[in-house]
Structure formats: C-alpha cells, structure tokens
Ligand binder design. Structure first.
Ligand SMILES: NC(=O)c1ccc[n+]([C@@H]2O[C@H](COP(=O)([O-])OP(=O)(O)OC[C@H]3O[C@@H](n4cnc5c(N)ncnc54)[C@H](O)[C@@H]3O)[C@@H](O)[C@H]2O)c1
Length: 269
C-alpha cells in the first residue's frame, strides 16, 4: 500500500448502494474500510445485512483489486459514535489517514400515516438515517482535517429523492432525509476553505432490499412498481449511484460543496 493511495470509510457497506460504493472506490485504487452493523434491528420488520454479506463484498473488492487487504471489513452501528471513532482510528492506523467518509447506511419504515407510526420505528429511522450521518461527520471530519494542506477531504452522504418529495406513509423517512440535506449544506459552509467538502447524492428508486421493503410498506408485490414513477421508466442499479459517489469522493469534485446531486432517473422532475 503506497501512501499516495486515497483512503475511504463507507457505512452501509455490506449490500446495496454502500456495497456498490465500496466496489467503485476499490476499482479506482482506493483503500476502503467497509463498515456495517451486520445485525438485525429489532425495531424493524425486514432483514439487515449479515456478516457473510459484508465478507462477500470485501472479497469481491479485493479480488477485483488483486490485493488481499485493499478493502477491510469493520463492524459498527452508525448510532454508536464511539464505534465510528474507533473505525476512523482503524483506517488512519492501517492506511495513514482518511480522505473520504461516505454515509450510506440507512433503514426505512412507515406504511402508515405519521400519527400511527410506532415510536420505536420512528426512532430507528431518525437515529440511523439522520443520527448516523451526524455521528459519521463527528467521527470522520476531524480525521479529514488531520490531513496536511492542501487537503481534498470529502464527506459524503446518501440522502434521497424523499428529501424533497412528500411521500405518503414515509413522513419520518422524508424528515430524516431532508435533515441530511440540511446538514450537508451547513457542514459545507462550516468547512469553508479547509479543502474538505461536504456533498450528498439523492438517489431515486434503486434496486436494493430497502426498495423491496418500500414496496411491502405500500402493499405492492415487488419493487418493479416503482420503475414507472421515474421518467427513465426503470429502477436504478446501485452501481449507477456509486459511480457518482466515487466521482464526488475524488479530487475532480473540488469545485463542489454543499451540493445535493440527484441520481434518480428524473424522479425529482
Ligand atoms: N434503494 C433506494 O431506492 C434508495 C433511494 C434513496 C435513498 N436510498 C438510501 O441509500 C442508502 C443505502 O440504502 P440501500 O438502498 O443500499 O439499502 P440496503 O438495505 O440494501 O442497505 C443498507 C445497509 O445499511 C446497513 N445498516 C442498517 N442500519 C445500520 C446501522 N445502524 N449501522 C450500520 N449499518 C446499518 C444494513 O445492514 C445494510 O447493509 C440509505 O441511506 C437509503 O436510505 C436508497
């Protein structure tokens, strides 16, 4: 591992958009700490990733990179600030610093009007989807700032088209994602001229387990129903979202900060 290699930490790394981001970054020669809780959430009725899912992503990324430890797995819950601080410390110790942190971990719940939503599900959505992004920023931004000037640190979050669209039966999810976009804008201004930037992507309907759970919440047989809502008339592949995150992670995005980039097949139009 050369010191010139850029180093990233990605949460939600065991499947879906997070996993695709790990692969995209590894393909672009990044070292990546692939972080996921890999544990069921008792508040939520659908399955989270497993340790085997995380191991499979790490193996695939390392296989494609032709290296045994370009990507390393790390188990942490994004609601646990101390665990994320330990993850950041692991990346710095192993690879000499941190250049990008990508907050992709997320959950969904709803399926009922706001006033009927169970409190533990409301807490899970707010604590993971917004609290987890805040916790990663608190843990990772100091590390991004520890890099010597001139810096090119990147804090990135996965928001959603739900940040700007009023989606019925998903009010808390919409609130959390709107919170993420507000956070990114303010953080970008706080980071000012440090060389560290903060940006987000807002995916549309992307073919992952969270979308399958969204279909179930709406009483639909599967996620294919969401394809027709996007002008492109198809679901997005997680790799299409990851490609934009990988660009934002790199030096070429230096002119962007506080941006929320739609990667949504036109869903927000
Ligand atoms: N798939 C879509 O259509 C879509 C659209 C817009 C936004 N998003 C967002 O994209 C992000 C990734 O979602 P996805 O579609 O890949 O879903 P996914 O369910 O496939 O992946 C989410 C990952 O996050 C992990 N995770 C959940 N809670 C965690 C916690 N507390 N700590 C650490 N890891 C945790 C899960 O184990 C899983 O590996 C989420 O923030 C989601 O809200 C997805």
């Amino acid at each position: 591992m050369t010191t010139a290699t850029r180093v990233a930490l990605v949460t939600g790394a065991a499947r879906g958009i997070g996993a695709a981001t790990v692969l995209a970054l590894a393909d672009a020669d990044w070292a990546v700490l692939a972080v996921d809780a890999v544990a069921e959430d008792p508040a939520l009725p659908y399955s989270m990733s497993t340790p085997a899912d995380l191991a499979a992503v790490v193996d695939e990324a390392n296989g494609r990179a032709g290296s045994a430890d370009r990507v390393r797995p790390y188990v942490a819950d994004v609601r646990d600030l101390a665990a994320l601080e330990a993850a950041v410390a692991e990346a710095e110790t192993r690879w000499g610093g941190l250049d990008a942190a990508v907050a992709a971990a997320g959950v969904i719940a709803g399926g009922v009007p706001l006033w009927q939503m169970r409190t533990e599900q409301e807490r899970a959505v707010l604590d993971v989807d917004l609290g987890g992004v805040i916790a990663l920023a608190r843990a990772a931004v100091p590390a991004l700032l520890r890099r010597p000037e001139p810096r090119a640190g990147r804090f990135l979050a996965v928001a959603s088209a739900a940040a700007t669209r009023g989606m019925p039966m998903l009010a808390v999810y919409c609130a959390a994602k709107a919170g993420v976009t507000g956070l990114i804008r303010a953080l970008a201004v706080e980071l000012a001229s440090t060389g560290v930037t903060a940006n987000a992507v807002s995916p549309g309907s992307t073919d992952t387990p969270i979308l399958a759970e969204s279909a179930r919440l709406y009483g639909r047989p599967d996620a294919a129903v969401f394809a027709g809502q996007q002008p492109m008339e198809r679901l997005l592949d997680p790799a299409e979202v990851a490609a934009v995150l990988a660009f934002l992670a790199g030096p070429a995005s230096s002119g962007m900060t506080g941006a929320v980039v739609p990667v949504d097949g036109g869903l927000a139009l």
